[in-house]
Design a protein around this ligand. Structure first.
Ligand SMILES: NC(=O)c1ccc[n+]([C@@H]2O[C@H](COP(=O)([O-])OP(=O)(O)OC[C@H]3O[C@@H](n4cnc5c(N)ncnc54)[C@H](OP(=O)(O)O)[C@@H]3O)[C@@H](O)[C@H]2O)c1
Length: 164
């Protein structure tokens, strides 16, 4: 299963502060929703508490709390990266979208094949950041929107990163 990160990043690498994002980019929100909708997503418990579940997707919420359960069919709590991938595969998706926040991007990054990074013209000294993409990452696509730029990166690091 392919794993993709989808993120909006400020110039400083910050992705959020005080459990939220201090900006509004409706065009970015729309492209992000379209990209992740329909296939499984994995999200950190803190981010999940501040959002509505992604429609038409299996929402896998990463937590260390083994007692968390969900009453919704489209939400499941998972306690490890491997459990998230297994649940995503069981849900039948072709791609698993990692939708944040900072801790979850960090946990998944070595196992992430592709990253869709919206570069926002913001100076956010956030308490959550998107990890630095090292030399193994290559830009494969770029698109200019009115207020931001979307850059698609591919992880070219060889196979061991895929072992969960
Ligand atoms: N700009 C963007 O694109 C974007 C996207 C999403 C979120 N955000 C922002 O990011 C910020 C939140 O990020 P965050 O880093 O503070 O929190 P987070 O990643 O949303 O959630 C962190 C929680 O996930 C669980 N977790 C993390 N790693 C785990 C692991 N390896 N195993 C099991 N559970 C694990 C823990 O839950 P428990 O405490 O329950 O154990 C941890 O407290 C907010 O400001 C949010 O708005 C920005």
């Amino acid at each position: 299963m392919e794993i993709q990160a989808v993120v909006a990043v400020s110039r400083t690498g910050g992705v959020g502060v005080d459990s939220g994002v201090p900006w509004s980019y409706p065009e970015d929100f729309d492209q992000y929703r379209d990209r992740v909708r329909g296939d499984p997503v994995v999200v950190g418990r803190q981010t999940f508490e501040e959002m509505e579940p992604i429609p038409e997707s299996t929402n896998l919420v990463l937590t260390r709390d083994e007692d968390r359960t969900s009453e919704r069919d489209d939400v499941a709590f998972v306690t490890s990266r491997a459990a998230a991938v297994a649940a995503a595969e069981a849900a039948g998706g072709s791609v698993l979208s990692v939708i944040g926040g900072g801790a979850v991007y960090r946990t998944f990054l070595p196992f992430t094949d592709r990253a869709f990074v919206s570069e926002l013209p913001e100076q956010l000294e956030g308490d959550a950041v998107f990890p630095y993409l090292g030399a193994g990452w290559e830009v494969v696509n770029e698109r200019e929107y009115d207020r931001f730029r979307l850059v698609e990166y591919e992880n070219t690091t060889p196979a061991p990163r895929r072992e969960l």
